[in-house]
Design a protein around this ligand. Structure first.
Ligand code: SAH
Length: 230
């Protein structure tokens, strides 16, 4: 069981991605507990303020320390957290290895930024890990947090019906996945490779391994280099 607490000022953005399909099934099976917290509940004053103008005169609002500090202190009193993650475009790039290692943790906090970002003191004093989903800037950390949760949750044993299925996905073992096909075997003359209809598991496995190798060599040769450097 893994527990993930997500902190956000626009929690609605997390509704759809975290309430369907594999993630919903994993929640139903008790494999994961997702808790979404609205930072505004810890906002300052009558208007529950969570952001303010930056020192130095740059345009754009910045998320304040206090609401984040209060909420995270409250959570830390209840249990120990393995990591307190901030989703950030300048963080460590999310890859399969990082998702694998986070899927073995017990308690995670994920903080979503918004606007110009968060007061840097949060990053200096509270955050233990910063993760980026790619070298581009999005409006908020909610979609990146949902991406991270999906990458982690589908790896928990039992989340995907076929236990070995997550392990045969692309990037595990630095290999891309082979092509996949389903019925009909012939669609308007577009045929499925004969070997997949042969019923011979050894031949099929050899074909899949060869295809995986060929696709990796053609499309992402740098993965094979990483493998030999490990
Ligand atoms: N001014 C910041 C960007 C702020 S974007 C900068 O230049 O670095 C607003 C929020 O969206 C961030 O606080 C972060 O939580 C989230 N975010 C944007 N792009 C992201 C990415 N590629 N990966 C992870 N989080 C991202």
């Amino acid at each position: 069981m893994i527990r993930i607490d997500i902190l956000s000022i626009v929690t609605e953005l997390l509704d759809s991605p975290l309430n369907h399909s594999i993630i919903q099934r994993a929640k139903n099976k008790g494999l994961v507990e997702l808790h979404i917290h609205d930072l505004r509940e810890y906002g300052k004053g009558k208007y529950k303020q969570v952001d303010d103008y930056g020192f130095g005169g740059d345009a754009g609002m910045i998320m304040m320390v206090e609401p984040v500090y209060k909420l995270i202190s409250h959570l830390k009193k209840e249990r120990d957290y393995d990591e307190i993650i901030y989703m950030s475009p300048d963080g460590e790039l999310l890859g399969q290895q990082l998702a694998n290692s986070l899927s073995c943790k017990t308690n995670l906090i994920i903080l979503c930024g918004h606007f110009k970002g968060i007061d840097h003191r949060i990053r200096e004093h509270i955050i233990t890990r910063e993760i980026s989903i790619g070298n581009y800037v999005l409006s908020g950390g909610e979609l990146p947090a949902a991406v991270l949760c999906d990458a982690i949750i589908r790896l928990i044993p039992g989340a995907i019906s076929d236990e070995t299925s997550a392990l045969s996905d692309s990037f595990q073992d630095n290999m891309l996945a082979p092509p996949v096909y389903t019925r009909p075997a012939d669609f308007n003359g577009w045929k499925v490779p004969d070997v997949l209809l042969s019923g011979n598991p050894k031949l099929i496995k050899d074909w899949q391994d060869n295809q995986a190798m060929k696709r990796t060599r053609d499309l992402r040769p740098e993965l094979l280099k990483e493998e030999s450097e490990d």
